[in-house]
Ligand binder design. Structure first.
Ligand code: HSE
Length: 400
């Protein structure tokens, strides 16, 4: 079976490498030999074996009837969307790692694949190498999903872990994550939470069968998290994690992305470094956890190649999903409750005591000149109103 890879960057070159390295095992599992007929890239790679199959014109690929599977690892939206749509309309299955594309156009592209009896697969779009899309779509089918909560971004988890364990600064941690190839081309997508936002949108759309508009998900990143916050969390035997979550309460689905302080008993507490962890709660199954490498060349490529194998195995047959084009209405998160961790300047102590219901005073070694505390359980709405009345240094939601 002939395939083509669009984009020879970190993930695309990883897919090339995995297909070459594990050629025999992959052939056995797919039931057919998978051969790379083309790699599309604007650049050239003098002296590298990829040059033999390198092309610069997408039309050459999409008009070649021998090519049955197209792998999209270019990233970005515009070109990726038009190439993928054209490929599907021409009857070629597509496997992609592009979470932006899947989050925005997933329902439409899945519908085309269904009509054409081919597949649009995107295992690598969430959780890097962790199998989560296939289990959610094909294994957890007996349950109503009542919660999905995950550490979904490897870059920020790597940064928060290194800041906590080695005491390095935010900037140093970010530079390291970039060097290791975890971060997005524009790392704002990682640190401002947009990457996690697209990933929770994909999981939520798959779980509830309707398209989530990710622009409607309240999203906060880790840009306001300082080493001082991390010291307080450490002193509480807790950790700060950027969590993407969707919860069903009655008929309401609440989805958000935000940093949270979680206790050492939380199932995601031990998810450190570039690892991702995803907790799925079903109404009959209870909890199930998915854990593994959340970013990086080969783990992500491994997930893409698993989709190539699945496409080969399902030639002429569409793997059904319930994800439709109807929009999923997300409930307003203002009624969600939690205990908030708050820091104010020392001179604001009395004001803070007046406006917040304080459950516990917090301390951190080597931090002075401020007053830090945990509130009682309170709603987002009440908390934000109270926070307007005092000059707050920082606050973070908790699951303590
Ligand atoms: N920048 C992403 C992350 C890559 O750090 O998780 C994997 O999607």
């Amino acid at each position: 079976m002939k395939i083509a890879i669009l984009g020879f960057g970190t993930v695309g070159s990883g897919v090339y490498e995995v297909l070459k390295t594990n050629y025999e095992t992959i052939t056995k599992r797919a039931g057919v030999e998978i051969d790379i007929k083309y790699v599309l890239d604007l650049r050239t790679f003098p002296g590298q074996p990829v040059e033999e199959v390198l092309v610069h014109d997408f039309d050459q690929i999409v008009n070649d009837p021998e090519v049955e599977i197209i792998v999209e690892t270019m990233g970005g939206l515009e070109k990726a969307y038009s190439f993928v749509k054209e490929a599907l309309l021409k009857g070629k299955s597509v496997c992609t790692s592009n979470k932006e594309l899947v989050a925005k156009y997933g329902a439409e592209l899945l519908e085309i694949a269904k009509q054409k009896k081919i597949n649009f697969l995107f295992e690598a779009s969430v959780g890097g190498g962790i199998p989560i899309i296939r289990p959610l779509n094909q294994s957890l089918t007996a349950d109503q999903i009542i919660e999905i909560t995950g550490v979904l971004n490897g870059t920020t988890n790597y940064m928060l872990t290194e800041m906590k364990e080695r005491g390095i600064s935010f900037q140093e941690a970010l530079e390291e994550a970039q060097q290791k190839g975890f971060a997005e081309r524009n790392p704002a997508a990682d640190i401002e939470g947009y990457d996690a936002c697209r990933k929770i949108a994909i999981l939520t759309s798959l779980a509830y069968g309707k398209q989530v508009d990710y622009e409607k998900i309240p999203t906060e990143g880790i840009v306001n998290i300082s080493d001082i916050d991390i010291q307080y969390a450490l002193n509480m035997k807790a950790a700060i994690k950027l969590l993407g979550s969707s919860k069903q309460v009655g008929d309401n689905i609440y989805t958000m992305v935000a940093p949270k302080i979680i206790s050492e008993n939380h199932p995601l507490y031990t998810v450190n470094g570039v690892f991702n962890g995803i907790l799925v709660r079903g109404n009959v199954l209870g909890d199930v956890m998915f854990y593994g490498s959340g970013a990086g060349k080969l783990p992500t490529a491994s997930a893409v190649v698993s989709d190539i194998v699945d496409s080969a195995k399902h030639k002429g047959r569409n793997i059904m999903t319930i994800w439709s084009q109807k929009e999923l209405e997300l409930a307003d998160t203002k009624s969600l409750t939690c205990k908030f961790f708050v820091r104010v300047k020392q001179e604001e102590t009395e004001a803070a005591k007046r406006v917040f219901p304080i459950k516990q005073v917090c301390e951190a070694p080597n931090v002075s000149g401020e007053f830090a505390f945990l509130t009682e359980q309170m709603s987002e709405e009440k908390f934000k109103k109270a926070a307007l009345k005092v000059s707050v240094l920082n606050w973070i939601r908790t699951e303590l």
